[in-house]
Design a protein. Structure first.
Length: 208
């Protein structure tokens, strides 16, 4: 089947986002606990520590949205009691994190889950996802868990969520400004995503 969607505008990349839900609590899987791994909730998470986690985990996958978010807006999210951030450590070193949002009644959204690059491929990701699902369901009144992923993420992300029990419920195609060209992420990031042939248009001059 050929792709009939239009080409991205100059300086943009095509992104296909898949939305998934889980409406039945799965049987808990007993994966081996990764050696040396501990998990702590980041109470009153500081903006600087959060940015370190988000930027380091997400750089290769072109996570840009919260890089571009104003600091005060991000601080408000971090201070909200409905936001839960859990940090995985291996021998005291941050290895990744999970962010859950309980902003919608009856729903827990798995906002972010990822590993710092040096810890990928060590059996931590699957364990962390299983733990996150269990933690999400443990909230009061939770009837479903939501998550989304896109084709900029790890190539096995969508399959991994489906194997864990999530079911696709929607999909959208959008064109985002390439965050590398916008200066939000280093040009060397996202090696699996080709840079656009054309740069972002220059911003229009502000009238005096």
């Amino acid at each position: 089947m050929t792709d009939s969607s239009p080409n991205p505008p100059a300086g943009h990349i095509k992104v296909t986002v898949t939305y998934l839900e889980m409406t039945t609590r799965p049987v808990r899987r007993q994966r081996p606990h990764p050696q040396g791994l501990s998990l702590l909730r980041a109470e009153n998470c500081t903006l600087s520590f959060y940015r370190y986690l988000y930027d380091t985990v997400g750089e290769e996958w072109l996570w840009w949205f919260r890089r571009a978010m104003p600091a005060d807006q991000l601080r408000s999210i971090l201070a909200d009691a409905k936001t839960e951030i859990y940090v995985a450590y291996v021998a005291g070193v941050p290895a990744g994190y999970v962010e859950l949002s309980r902003a919608r009644p009856g729903e827990c959204e798995l906002q972010y889950l990822g590993l710092i690059p040096e810890f990928i491929g060590r059996g931590i990701g699957g364990w962390l996802l299983d733990w996150a699902i269990e933690a999400a369901w443990n909230g009061a009144g939770v009837e479903k868990i939501a998550v989304n992923t896109c084709d900029l993420d790890h190539p096995r992300a969508l399959m991994t969520y489906q194997k864990a029990g999530f079911r696709p419920v929607g999909q959208e195609v959008r064109f985002d400004p390439d965050p590398r060209l916008a200066g939000l992420i280093p040009m060397t990031a996202g090696s699996h995503i080709p840079l656009p042939d054309q740069p972002l248009p220059a911003p229009e001059a502000t009238p005096e």
